[in-house]
Design a protein around this ligand. Structure first.
Ligand code: URA
Length: 198
């Protein structure tokens, strides 16, 4: 059993009794789990991710794959995970189940596990997608609108690069060129080995 498998086994054992009778499948991280160049951290899985039990395989995953192509990276070279490992849901007005942002309680439960995950995977850099992982790993008051495309220190002791969430580009096409130039900067810094020390 790898250290990551052991961590995930502990995590599943911790969460299993918390929501008795509720079906809250966990979507765990995947990819290069031993010293990858990057660990990409999203918000929480959506519907498709829960069905497939894999992070970033739905619509946002398509955008993530475009990002990786732009940065000249393969999924197999990096590690992809989420801040919260269950799908936070709410009932929409028509009674349909929809995604919602993780709440304070979910974040308080999951962020300590994310910190342990980072410690075990030992990535050279973290890339946060959107506000949720950014705030969880830096300062609660940061917004991706003001710190995107920048290197920041993280609570995990690993340099952190902040990007918009790939899904936000689906809704706000005007962000696409900003996102692209952030990705190009990240890619240039990675190839130059120019990572700041956190
Ligand atoms: N959005 C995320 O933040 N994570 C996923 O895995 C899918 C969509």
């Amino acid at each position: 059993m790898t250290r990551l498998d052991a961590l995930y086994a502990d995590m599943l054992a911790f969460f299993r009794p918390l929501w008795p009778g509720e079906d809250k499948p966990m979507v765990l991280g995947e990819g290069k789990a031993d010293g990858p160049v990057l660990m990409m951290i999203g918000e929480a899985p959506g519907e498709t991710e829960v069905v497939k039990r894999r992070p970033f395989v739905g619509k946002a995953g398509k955008n993530l794959d475009e990002f990786l192509a732009l940065a000249g990276l393969e999924r197999s070279e990096i590690f992809v995970t989420n801040t919260v490992k269950i799908r936070p849901t709410a009932l929409g007005p028509t009674g349909r189940i929809k995604n919602r942002a993780p709440d304070k309680e979910e974040l308080a439960l999951f962020v300590p596990w994310l910190l342990r995950e980072i410690e075990v995977v030992r990535p050279r850099a973290l890339v946060t997608l959107g506000n949720v992982p950014l705030r969880a790993l830096t300062d609660d008051k940061n917004t991706v609108g003001s710190v995107h495309g920048q290197w920041l220190e993280s609570r995990a002791g690993v340099p952190l690069f902040s990007l918009y969430h790939p899904a936000s580009i689906i809704y706000r096409r005007a962000l696409a060129p900003v996102y692209e130039s952030d990705v190009m900067r990240l890619s240039a810094d990675l190839s130059a080995g120019a990572l700041p020390v956190s």
